[in-house]
Design a protein around this ligand. Structure first.
Ligand code: GBH
Length: 489
């Protein structure tokens, strides 16, 4: 009788926001142009270039400061609903503090935002994606509790300047990378390597800074401006290597140490740091001769202030790891977060590897992460604020296409499971300065020619595939673009 559809194709909701994400230091360049102040990435790459794989820096990067209209043109070519980018704190406040607002920096962001709005592209703004004003680093950065006031003042200035047009605010990008990588080890600026307590002091100060910025928005701007404010946390999936209760417990403590110490204070009912992890650090600290735990406590007042300080949970998701209690081969510093946790991490070699050592295509990892977060924290509103794949090939980037299709199937599985997921941002719109990896790893839907003074951008095949998914709201695994020329539909 009737023609059945050849394939069961699931649709993304019409109001689901498809976007791409970038970060100021990774794309803008213009590091000392028009009054911008120095930040910790300018400082580190200029003073110790040897810490960056190719000795490069973000002085020019993709030069979005000059090319911002081309960036918006690419957003239009892709048919994006939204674009997530970050503000450079020291471009707006050159010394980090509120007394000196750099009008040229403000004008740049006004132009960028207005250009997006002209074409109905929704700006999603991150206040802090790792480029701390150097002056604030000189005063202790996230080790100094005053960071909570410095950040709140900066946030208020940003809401005041841009909040008439920006309705989605993200306070911090990836607390783990700020705290563990920047303060607890040496894998991000400022490379403080305070392995014993750096991560933990930063974690407490950061979640309080987030909460202050959240309440500043909620109490003084939200009614007039009508937007929302949340935080983005890196949530990779950490599952047990075997079904043993030891491995399950190991995976749980690993999750608590990776994202729980930032998510639990904000999103849980009870507030404060996660329980098992808190007990573990306390016990280790006693064994090591400390008279109190290396993990700071929250006062009851602080706990109550921070919990519930969100409108949404931004998730940066890339991959998964399998965790074991027994295969623990440690060359970790003692004391340190990894030593406190004391578990083994395993990456199955059969999971396809990207051009980054840490990034494999893991099955169902978005679904596993989001359903876990929903079970733990309740019916929170989520956005995936980053997800992407590095590849050495430009042009015919089949590995990236396979990754995005798999990821978006996992997004649909999450929606089917009732996760309140409102949008998805691909990392990244274009190739950019990949932190310690310099320009050796490429995540762009558009390739950037960093040898070319014009920083010409050229769409990879994945750009055409993503565009088709956004347009049709379905994933067609057989789709082949019939052209290599981009147009604006
Ligand atoms: C994101 O972090 C960042 O938000 C974004 O700026 C960045 O460009 C993107 O990832 C791609 O890397 O080299 O083994 O020490 C994702 C979390 C944490 C992943 C640090 C890479 C380094 C691991 N990142 N990690 S390793």
């Amino acid at each position: 009788c009737c023609a059945l559809p050849s394939k069961q194709q699931r649709r993304f909701p019409d109001d689901f926001l498809f976007g791409t994400a970038t970060a100021s230091y990774q794309i803008e360049g213009a590091w000392n142009v028009d009054g911008k102040g120095e930040n910790i990435w300018d400082h580190m790459t200029h003073n110790t270039p040897e810490v960056i794989k190719d000795q490069s820096n973000g002085d020019i990067a993709a030069d979005s400061y000059t090319n911002y209209k081309r960036d918006v043109e690419m957003m239009r070519e892709l048919g994006l609903d939204a674009y997530r980018f970050s503000l450079s704190w020291s471009r707006i406040l050159p010394n980090g503090l509120s007394n000196n607002i750099n009008e040229a920096g403000v004008a740049f962001y006004n132009n960028y935002i207005n250009e997006m709005l002209k074409y109905n592209i929704t700006p999603i703004v991150t206040l802090y994606h790792w480029d701390l004003p150097q002056k604030l680093a000189d005063m202790g950065g996230f080790m100094n509790p005053l960071i909570t006031d410095w950040f709140e003042e900066y946030a208020r200035i940003a809401y005041d300047l841009f909040g008439d047009r920006v309705k989605h605010w993200i306070t911090f990008n990836e607390p783990r990378e700020i705290c563990f990588e920047g303060y607890g080890s040496t894998t991000k600026a400022p490379r403080a390597n305070l392995t014993d307590v750096g991560t933990y002091i930063c974690a407490k100060n950061l979640v309080i800074a987030h909460a202050k910025a959240y309440y500043a928005y909620n109490n003084y701007f939200k009614q007039r401006q009508g937007g929302e404010c949340g935080i983005t946390i890196s949530v990779n999936w950490f599952g047990p290597l075997t079904e043993s209760s030891e491995d399950e417990a190991a995976a749980e403590i690993k999750r608590q140490s990776e994202w729980g110490i930032y998510a639990e204070p904000i999103f849980s009912q009870q507030g404060g740091f996660p329980r098992e992890f808190t007990e573990k650090v306390a016990q280790k600290s006693v064994e090591q001769g400390y008279s109190s735990s290396r993990l700071p406590e929250f006062t009851e007042e602080e706990k109550n202030y921070v919990r519930g300080a969100y409108d949404f949970f931004g998730v940066n998701h890339y991959t998964a790891y399998l965790i074991s209690a027994s295969e623990y081969l440690s060359d970790f510093a003692v004391p340190s977060l990894n030593d406190d946790v004391g578990v083994g991490t395993y990456s199955p070699p059969e999971w396809p590897l990207s051009n980054s050592t840490w990034l494999r295509l893991a099955p169902n990892s978005i679904y596993n992460s989001l359903t876990h977060l929903k079970a733990r924290y309740g019916d929170v509103k989520f956005y995936i604020t980053e997800n992407g794949w590095s590849e050495s090939v430009t042009g015919n980037d089949e590995g990236r296409i396979r990754y995005y299709r798999a990821a978006l199937e996992s997004v649909l599985d999450s929606l089917d499971a009732g996760v309140n997921l409102k949008g998805y941002m691909a990392w990244s719109l274009m190739d950019n300065f990949e932190w310690m990896e310099g320009y050796t790893e490429r995540f762009g839907l558009y390739a950037v020619d960093f040898e070319d003074p014009a920083r010409t951008r050229t769409p990879n095949k994945s750009a055409f595939v993503y565009k088709q998914i956004i347009k049709t709201r379905v994933i067609d695994h057989d789709y082949e673009p019939d052209s290599t020329t981009m147009t604006i539909d």
